[in-house]
Design a protein. Sequence first.
Length: 367
Amino acid sequence: MKQFFVFIRKEFYHIFRDKRTMMILLGMPVIEIILFGFAISTEVKNVRVAVLDPSSDFLTRRIIDRVDASEYFTISLRVHNQQQMDEAFRKGDIDLALVFSEQFAGNLYNGDAKVQLVADATDPNMAVSRTNYATGIIAAVQQELLPEGATGSTIVPDVRLLYNPQMKSAYNFVPGVMGLILMLICAMMTSISIVREKETGTMEVLLVSPMKPIYIILAKAVPYFVLSFVNLATILLLSVFVLHVPIAGNFFVLILVSLLFIFVSLSLGLLISTVTQNQIAAMLVSGMVLLMPTALMSGMIFPIDAMSAPLQAISSILPARWYIEIVRKVMIQGVSVVFVLKEIAILVLMAFVLIMISLKKFKIRLE
């Protein structure tokens, strides 16, 4: 065990002597969490809509049919009360809810007809776009029903934004940046560190030591695990005190899930190190396999629902996608762990598969 800690200390020395590595490990999280505090607008597509319609008259049915017929929305759920609607939002089954007042058609011309649009505002830009599109459809239906030359009270939907009523873009990007930074630092830096030992020939020296190969690999991974935890703490502190993004859910669950994701990323870095022979190759593989797909297809920037079916399939094998979904639900929406069990199970399965493949492929002797 003493030798194990000696190897860990050696790896820390390697990291601290390399200023560029230190800049990437500790400087990048601070820069990215501040720069990515601004959201990027994206198109509205495949929005899942729930309907609460106590009136159920010809006018509400006309509006619902028009919403469902549009290329932007899909009526995916009919609810009968507020509790069912809130439950659907917590489960992530819907993105928008359409709530009508009672006797909607009868009150249209006296101004008492009310409609409310309830949107999931964890992505504030998308919430605004979705409510604006829905408002336009409602106004168009009302205009069609008015007799020529007649005037009536205009229906102005009451918009309610869940989870992010102040429309802060940081609520959307903090989870994505957490996933991107932890993935890059754990996977990319671990793979490069191990390949560097191969490239310089020091791996042979390590392998002839009394330490078992598995402990050598663990000793290489532990420093990045520790530094990733430091980065996690830094991101959360900046999010809460600089960007004013509160942790609405269970802090303990958030930390445990983040540690699980760090372990998955370390396993992925170990796998990359087994299939590459030099640092340049490890960097290229990490960039192609981790950086670009994580940034573009994990839901960090572009909504997954707006992607084509093949891209959604690719997205489903990215660990960052499931981690970002968990962080959004726990940190932003404040849901309990029950609502993220599926995502946690997927990350556990990924961790098991990756570590098994990595250990099997790891070569004790250098070719």
